[in-house]
Write a protein that binds this ligand. Structure first.
Ligand SMILES: [Zn+2]
Length: 198
């Protein structure tokens, strides 16, 4: 049985994770202690394995157990198109759609004057190098529809202007199943601007 302080440390560590407050952390720790064999030991094993084997892909910034990552190494994927995302969670979201078969580039965040994050803090130079490769014809700037995301996309457009690639961005507008009356003015405005032929 661990002493009280190690239980407290465990709760504190779990409470640091996104989406988990102190109450959830206490419930998780209690459950782990009650089910050591079924939950705690497998978790320790997979965490240790992840710690030892997960690496960042030097080509695209994705994480995987190999470098280059499985997406960069997949010869069936389209080399002519690179989708630029802010974060790994965005890459995973696009992969879940199963609709995109090109390559990725993970920036590792957005430009932010408030947080003092300039271009050098992001994975931008490597993107410019990749964009200059002759097989690349299009760069999709799939940054978020936030002020920082759009500022970053504009900056990237300027940086990529010297390369002979087309740049595109994701459409903004009405979500699937969305009703016009419930949309905020900004979303409805963006949807009107981005309207397409029926
Ligand atoms: Zn990769």
């Amino acid at each position: 049985m661990p002493n009280a302080s190690s239980i407290d440390t465990l709760i504190t560590q779990f409470a640091k994770l996104p989406g988990i407050g102190p109450r959830s952390a206490r419930r998780i720790v209690l459950q782990l202690i009650r089910k050591k064999a079924q939950l705690m030991q497998p978790l320790i094993t997979v965490l240790q394995d992840s710690l030892e084997h997960i690496v960042t892909c030097t080509d695209c910034g994705n994480i995987d157990t190999s470098d280059p990552c499985s997406i960069c190494a997949d010869e069936a994927r389209d080399n002519s198109i690179i989708c630029v995302v802010e974060d790994l969670a965005d890459l995973w979201a696009i992969e879940r759609s199963r609709l995109y078969k090109g390559r990725y580039h993970v920036l590792g965040g957005t430009l932010s004057a408030i947080d003092g994050r300039g271009p050098a803090a992001l994975n931008i130079d490597a993107l410019v190098t990749r964009a200059a490769q002759p097989e690349v014809v299009e760069i999709i700037l799939a940054t978020n529809a936030t002020v920082e995301g759009q500022t970053t996309a504009h900056y990237l457009t300027e940086r990529l202007a010297a390369c002979s690639v087309a740049t595109s961005r994701l459409a903004q507008g009405i979500p699937m199943g969305g009703e016009l009356d419930y949309l905020d003015d900004g979303t409805l405005g963006a949807a009107l601007k981005a309207r397409s032929a029926f």
